[in-house]
Design a protein around this ligand. Sequence first.
Ligand SMILES: Nc1ncnc2c1ncn2[C@@H]1O[C@H](COP(=O)(O)OP(=O)(O)O)[C@@H](O)[C@H]1O
Ligand SMILES: C=C(OP(=O)(O)O)C(=O)O
Ligand SMILES: [Ca+2]
Ligand SMILES: [Mn+2]
Length: 651
Amino acid sequence: MAANGVPTPKSPLARIVTQKQQNGISHGDGGKTVKAQTIDELHSLQKKKSAPTTPLDGAQGAFAALSDDERQKQQLKSISASLASLTRETGPKLVKGDPAKAQPGARVAHHHHVEAPTISVSDSSLKFTHVLYNLSPGELYEQAIKYEKGSFITSTGALATLSGAKTGRSPRDKRVVCDDTTKDELWWGKGSPNIEMDEQTFLVNRERAVDYLNSLDKVFVNDQFLNWDPKNRIKVRIVSARAYHSLFMHNMCIRPTPEELENFGTPDFTIYNAGQFPCNRFTHYMTSSTSIDLNLARREMVILGTQYAGEMKKGLFSVMHYLMPKRQILSLHSGCNMGKDGDVALFFGLSGTGKTTLSTDNNRYLIGDDEHCWSDAGVSNIEGGCYAKCIDLSKEKEPEIWNAIKFGTVLENVVFDEHDREVDYADKSVTENTRAAYPIEFIPNAKIPCVGPHPKNVILLACDAFGVLPPVSKLTMAQTMYHFISGYTALVAGTEDGIKEPTATFSACFGAAFIMLHPTKYAAMLAEKMQKHGATGWLVNTGWSGGSYGYGSRIKLPYTRKIIDAIHSGSLLNATFEKTEVFGLEIPTEVEGVPSEILRPENTWSDKKAYKDTLLKLGGLFKNNFETFTNYKIGTDNKLTEEILAAGPQF
Ligand SMILES: Nc1ncnc2c1ncn2[C@@H]1O[C@H](COP(=O)(O)OP(=O)(O)O)[C@@H](O)[C@H]1O
Ligand SMILES: C=C(OP(=O)(O)O)C(=O)O
Ligand SMILES: [Ca+2]
Ligand SMILES: [Mn+2]
């Protein structure tokens, strides 16, 4: 042994001196050697045990006052119960940790595993499933890169992934269990996103998903929260087969502290994401190989046949659209931010209209980009992360989002250089719907916790590819309700093969795909809250100006930002307004930093007749769409209902 405790080889090689020591500065390692005798020992030095969490005082939670070992066992029991087969009445045998790291033969002797009672013996009851429980981003990166094709680290450190055949949501494949309760409670039929399935069929799909997951060597389990309002927090468990899905939900849901995780107990809602595995078309109600099934009574969701991760985020949003209104809390498909003086703004809008882009504003605190609750206490974000569109993303126009694409961020379906891994955000080879999912704290001025006081401004965003809606208009309460229920936007589907007609989309409450109750229920709550708290409604067109798609161009983002600034500051309230024909919208004659001529759309059209025709055409589309709602009353206020009906286009 040498003096430093490192064993000396029998015939030591002379140390190679590469450089003379100069000025007393050593360029070698100074003779210091590691405290390991073997490579394995050296490797074991690299990772130290995660710091134990602080002991909890008394009966705080389900698992408080338990030993570490007991707590681990309880956790696995709870997960095994989640994954239980309903036909065999057993949960799988589980063991914690990566199967690749398990010592051969050490499985059964492993500390933290649960044996399930073997009621019916089949091969599945003989095997262990490894649980990768709330892994960190680093651990999930390693899992993704080792085991999931299409996973790469980009030049800025994000995890590039592929979502497979589906690169967007599949609303037509969503099913909701219709039982004695939901039959009366939910919105069914024309215009509703809720397509019924029965309990039995749900169980068939659930069994299919659970059997698939249990057949794997390992599954990922995320235990997390929804809703930053502590009184209305929901515990969710996501069981999935891919590190991509686990990291996506790690970023998008609220991340528990180690203490909160120890006391997690039983989840309020569970997702079984078996997206790699299709549903069976011979199953009743299945019209494709994709199925997203929601069972509110069982508090479960099953995903088969799609790996698009946004399905989980928006599936949970649907659940919140059911649970929150029961507590007199309004759930909102909106972005939300807050000024230095505590003035809160909501940004409603369909996909691609600017919720994420405009709520991310370096002059304001970001509360959230997509899903919120408005309770008697104010607003709260449902999520712990943002999900930004990346197509044509530029550092100059959207620096905060650009900079959020770093280590930890999931980048879906983008194209990058095979060598230097620079992402080409203009490339639509995989899809136009490229996305980045990052924890909200990746935005420098995020407000943590993500809650705020009652909103002062309610901004309805529409991307009007017809180019006839004004860039900004001030709305009366009745107009706000009319446009909220209408939920209009018009995007252009194929952007490349020549000029295409814009198609109008009407989606009630700017999120018909996610609402569970009749739209008028949410509208009545919004009216009541806006009236009570004195909020002002605005309609902002982030779409075309100077003509429809193909003739005009999209309103420049810096102009839209100036308009939004004027709404936030209150200065726009003091503008001079003029009323437009057909839609009867109040438009300001001036907005600081915006050329006045663009504020009145007809000024920007060279063909005035084409403008008028297009305006009337859009008015007609609004009228047709609203017919479904004319027989409904908004809240208890008959007067408001009549006003709303009169607040639409008149011609
Ligand atoms: N004037 C504008 N206002 C808002 N967004 C714009 C504008 N012009 C172009 N865009 C682009 O439109 C997209 C809006 O998408 P996003 O904010 O993600 O919508 P949402 O969150 O509502 O789905 C972004 O890619 C943004 O860069
Ligand atoms: C993820 C979505 O949200 P948005 O496009 O509104 O950002 C979606 O609608 O699938
Ligand atoms: Ca968004
Ligand atoms: Mn959204």
